[in-house]
Write a protein that binds this ligand. Sequence first.
Ligand code: AMP
Ligand code: GLY
Length: 420
Amino acid sequence: MDVMVVGSGGREHALVQVLARSRDVERIYAVPGSDGMAEQAHLIDADAEDVDSVTGAAVDEGIDLVVVGPEKPLALGVVDALEEAGVRAFGPTQCAARIESSKVFAKQLMDRYDIPTADFRVFTSHSEAVAHVNERSFPAVIKADGLAAGKGVVVARDRSEGLRALTQIMVERRFGDAGKRVIVEDCLTGEELSVMALTDGETVIPLDAAQDHKAVYDGDLGPNTGGMGAFSPVEFYDDAMADSVFEDILRPTVAAMKCEGVPFQGVLYAGLMVTEAGPQVLEFNCRFGDPEAQVVLPRLHSDLAPMLAASAAGDGSLQAVGQQIQWKPESAVCVVLASEGYPLEYEKGYPIEGLDEVADRVYLYHAGTARTDTEWRTAGGRVVGVTALGRDLESARDRAYRQIESISFSGMHYRRDIGR
Ligand code: AMP
Ligand code: GLY
């Protein structure tokens, strides 16, 4: 089949790479894709967030399966538009994508179906939120309802931080309409864990777990980013924990969505806090994690394409296809190389050295690069994700950091403690 990947980041590069290995995949297209993928995919110059352009391109090229990477096109209804145009697409409909695009929707769903998550309150009025914050205990977590590129969550250590977050989100509208409603919830403590699962709306096939590193500096210091690195598998995610995540979280959530009349097809990403009382949901995403995909997908031994196709088809075939899912007995570590200043202001256009020679079992996932006639240049905040496989976490980590020694660009920074 011919497949089209929507998006242009490191996650989409990893998707293109594993799809290129598939026996079922003939041609790969990417909208808009990136120069880093150009050897494996035909790039289509269109805006991933323009639903009509994406749909038009898929129809023109006679695509058999569209795989949507980022949340924004999903929240804008790209899957609905594709299905309407007769093109099969992997990912949830606009209504089902609300599990990510509205945190209020997700929290209320979990509340109704007893899915473990922090206790919370929802506010549409700033003054009522302030009254609550003035009397509640801290730390507490303040969240904008809508999509805010991962920046709409504040873990407030005390009341004044909580009040400041409410002002920024609800009064200053730092995230626009995403801040019309806020959630104020209890702060959970424990280890964070990301578990993704493929689903056709009924069958749920969990993928192996990953952990990501969101803070910009070593030791989890500094502001949050889109993700500075990740690793998989996760040592403490044993069979018992996998069972509990499946039975208490993934399966009931997919069943709840069906019950609510918004069946969820695609990949359901559960961002979890493993507390003393067991795993609890911090958030759901309606897509592959970035950079979690860059460590989970390269570990996949099975062919991903038939699983994505079965999930999109929703004809019950995912059960048989997914049951045979197999993993390489290897660990993966991904270290993100970022531009100076990221996640705040940064400049682009610096030449990058060292992207053309890659060691065995290392993959470079381009997140923000551009190719000129003669060289690679930086073109984003997160520039390249360096993923390495190894027999264990330590050897994967050593291999990734060894590769990084030969890559350089002006202002390049990265965390030295990924996977530690
Ligand atoms: P979210 O986008 O909802 O996953 O939140 C981003 C980050 O905020 C998470 O990865 C956690 O580190 C933190 N976070 C969110 N909710 C909570 C919570 N209830 N307790 C503690 N930390 C949280
Ligand atoms: N790595 C977190 C996310 O993809 O949202």
